[in-house]
Structures are given as C-alpha cells and as structure tokens.
Design a protein around this ligand. Structure first.
Ligand code: ADP
Length: 462
C-alpha cells in the first residue's frame, strides 16, 4: 500500500504532524490544569476584596467572637467570599462558611509585618487546594480571604475548546503534506524513474547519459549510473571488437589452409616442391591457429579468475638465466646478441610458470623485432623493495601513439611489419599484463622510435 515514494513521504509527514499535534495538545492541557492566569486573577480578587472588608468593617478587631462571626458572615453575604479571622497562634476565631466548608488549618502568620499582606495556599482536610490572601489586623489578629483554587475539567476543555481547532489544523496540515509530498516525490522520483527507463534501454542495447539533477544522493546515483552505463557500453564494444578480432585472426589462416589443401586435392600443386610448400603453409597456419587458441584459453582463464597462481619462492636470477639460455640458439640464428645483467636480490614469491611466460614473451618480441647485428639486454635489479626486470632491444621501437595501446588485446603496431611466419596475433602483451597484475606488479613500455624499446616489469619482493 505504501510502496511508492510519494505515499511513504505522505505517511511520514502525517506521522510527524500527528506527533506534533499530540505533544502540543498535551503541553496545552498541562498548562491549563496548572492555569497560572486563573490562579493570579483569583488572588487579585481576594486582595481587592480584603481591602473592601477592612474598609467596610474597620472595627473588626474590637468585636467579641459571636459578633465577629456575624460580621464576617454578613460581609461574605455581600462580597461572596470566604472570610476568616485568625488569632495570634493562627487558629480560626471566625469563619464565614464555618458550617458548610471544611475547617481551615492553622496558618502561622506571625512573621508577616503589620501593614503588609501575603498570598499563599493550603490544603484542607479533604485534600482540596485553597488560595488565600492574609493581612494582619489590630489586636494580634489576621484577616484571611480564601477561595478554592480554580479547576478546569481537562477533558471538557479539550473537547470544547481545542478539539475543533486541532482537527482543523490537522486536516489543513495533512492536505499541505499531501501537496508537499507530491512535489518532493516528483523531485526525488523523476530522476530515479528516468534511471529505470535508461536501465531498460541499456538492456536493449541503447545508452544515453542521465542529466545530473535532483537531491545530492540522487545526483550521485545518476553519476554512478552514467559511469556504469559508459562502462557497460565500453565492455559491449570491446566484446564486439574481441569477437571481430578473433574471427579475423581465424579467417586468414583458414583461407590459406583451405586454398593450399584445395591445390593439393585438385592436383594444382603436383610436383614435390609445390606439395612441400603447400604442406608447410598449412603447418605454419595451423600452428598459428593453435597458438591463438592457446592464448585465448589463457586469457579466458585469467579473466574468469580461475587460475590458481602458486606462491613459490623464486630466485629471479636463476629463472632469467635459464630463460636466456633457451633463447641463445634463436639469437644466434638471427645473429642478434642476447645478454643478461642481473644483480642478486631477495627471493620473490609468485608462480614461476606464469611469470616465465611473461619474460619469454618480452624476450621473444625483443629478438623478433631486433635486426641482425642488434642486441637484446635483460637487466634485473632491486628498486624500493621491488624487483625490476627490463628487456631492452635494438629494434625499430614503438611510436608514442601506439605505446599507450600496446597492452590492449589484439593490438599490433603495424601488421605489415610482422608478416613473417612467426607473426603473432597481438595477445602476448595483454596476457603478460594480466599475469603481472595478478602478482600485484606493473608492466610498462618505453620507446624512442628508431632506438629500440624497453619493457619494464616491476614486482613486489618478499
Ligand atoms: P604479438 O603476438 O603480435 O607479438 P604482443 O602482444 O606480444 O603480440 O605484441 C603486440 C604488438 O606490439 C606487436 O604486434 C608489435 O607490433 C608490438 N611490439 C611488441 N614488442 C615489441 C618490440 N620489442 N619492438 C617493437 N614492437 C613491439
């Protein structure tokens, strides 16, 4: 029932209004019960009437008790107020309502100076509160005028005086709350509704960013939503690119394989030399395809986070020496120098197989791109408690604009540059980056075109 923002806001307002009106009503009720105004006006009346009594009956103090009783009763009959005369001990000598009212308790008044008066209260034997005004008169006597404290029936007052205005105020406030909640809900909910629409649009392949408006939290949500949308768009795009790249990389070798296999089948390639060439092309392209598939499988495993990286203690120097030894025949074949310059350093922990794959890719690229007579140098040293491994070559280098994208999947600087039979597919560096990052390291490439390039891997030691 209260599922929309609007109805919840309205309910909140209604509750607040209800609580405020109740507190207000209670405070007013308590104030009325105490009623300081009525108490003050009763005391004022007693004060005035006592002046009148003194003026009217100037010789009160000289009357004997029966006459005194008569005098106060007469005065009460005219002024309609209970009049009491006390002796010096505070005991009642005369009381105009002696017969009907409860008795007056002893009031010790001796401290009140002559010519002054005092207001106070007492509780009679029935528990009723009385307000009184007292003033000393002659002959060690005191004149007291008293009246019960004014009382109101709280329920009656609330019902008669307050219920209607409270009802009206409550209704008006609820109506106002309805309008307010409608406005605020629109203000809060419309960007949210737009976000819901956009989310639906994204799921059907469209994406528009949401304007940043509304309250701060909603703006933040819109901002996060826009970022998420852009990310989704990017990942959809890269997914499309990925599939297009794979298809492209598979198409080329498949076309070659099909063409040469056809030539063998229909007899176009009939002499042994041509047959050998066709078989060689088929072999090379099949190799390429299986390398591509292996790389894709590696990437898929790295992406899904299912690779169980070991944390073996690795002696980096030993590992690099073994790798470099494996590359010596290849370097000799293409007449390129290969050199390892490494300083001893503490062991690092990681997966030696996966890390070897990173260095193999870098050294292989270095040798592939260095011209004969060039040199590939592998340096390893310690920097800020991290192992730094650099692979420097003397190849053509990488232009600055390509350097930024070199670790992207399928990115190749110049495809025509590597038309050789061992040309890759542009996944090696992307895989290397995933492996290094999984080891909490970094991989970067630097180059001055024409002056070779440097690939630097930075891994935490220990
Ligand atoms: P590939 O399998 O094509 O070698 P990589 O991811 O290892 O894929 O490299 C991507 C691209 O980066 C290569 O195609 C090449 O254009 C460029 N590249 C990598 N290493 C070097 C290097 N040492 N010198 C020049 N270009 C390089």
């Amino acid at each position: 029932m209260f599922s929309s923002i609007r109805s919840r806001l309205w309910l909140t307002y209604a509750l607040i209004i209800g609580v405020v009106l109740t507190i207000l009503g209670l405070a007013l009720g308590v104030y009325l019960i105490r009623n300081p105004l009525a108490v003050r006006s009763t005391l004022q009346r007693l004060n005035i009437l006592s002046n009148i009594v003194v003026l009217r009956s100037s010789d009160l103090e000289n009357l004997n008790p029966p006459r005194l009783q008569l005098a106060v009763e007469r005065a009460d009959a005219v002024l309609d107020v209970r009049i009491v005369v006390l002796d010096s001990d505070g005991k009642t000598i005369a009381d105009s309502r002696q017969s009907e009212g409860p008795r007056i308790p002893i009031i010790l008044w001796s401290g009140i100076p002559q010519g002054t008066s005092q207001d106070s209260w007492f509780r009679d034997e029935r528990g009723q509160l009385w307000l009184y005004h007292i003033r000393p008169i002659q002959n060690n006597m005191a004149l007291v005028l008293t009246a019960p404290r004014p009382r109101f029936q709280i329920l009656g007052i609330l019902r008669d005086e307050f219920l209607r205005p409270f009802e009206q105020a409550g209704l008006a406030a609820l109506f106002l709350a309805l309008i307010l909640s409608f406005g605020i809900a629109r203000w809060v909910a419309s960007p949210l509704q737009r976000m819901a629409q956009e989310a639906r649009a994204i799921s059907s392949g469209e994406y528009h960013s949401i304007p940043l408006e509304g309250p701060a939290e909603v703006k933040q949500l819109a901002q996060s939503f826009n970022e998420m949308g852009a990310q989704v768009k990017l990942s959809q795009q890269s997914q499309r690119d990925f599939v297009a790249n794979i298809s492209h990389e598979l198409k080329t070798p498949l076309t070659s394989i099909r063409g040469f296999a056809q030539a063998i089948l229909d007899g176009t390639a009939d002499d042994p030399e041509e047959l050998h060439r066709a078989a060689e092309v088929i072999h090379v392209e099949a190799e390429r395809m299986s390398r591509l598939v292996a790389d894709l499988l590696d990437l898929a495993r790295l992406d899904s986070g299912t690779v169980d990286f070991h944390r073996d203690p690795i002696d980096l120097l030993e590992l690099l020496e073994k790798l470099v030894d494996k590359f010596i025949p290849m370097a000799q074949e293409q007449q390129t120098g290969i050199k390892l310059e490494a300083e001893p350093m503490p062991v690092l922990h990681g997966d030696s197989d996966w890390l070897s794959q990173v260095f193999i890719n870098l050294i292989d690229n270095g040798l592939k791109f260095s011209a004969s007579g060039g040199e590939v140098v592998i340096r390893a040293f310690q920097r800020n408690n991290r192992a730094c491994i650099r692979v420097e070559d003397s190849g053509p280098g990488i232009p600055q604009e390509d350097l930024k994208r070199i670790f992207e999947r399928f990115y190749q600087v110049d495809k025509s540059r590597s038309r050789a039979k061992d040309r890759g597919v542009g996944l090696g560096l992307a895989i290397a980056r995933e492996i290094v990052q999984a080891h909490h390291g970094e991989i970067n490439a630097y180059s001055n075109p024409g002056d070779g390039c440097v690939f630097e891997v930075d891994l935490p030691l220990g």
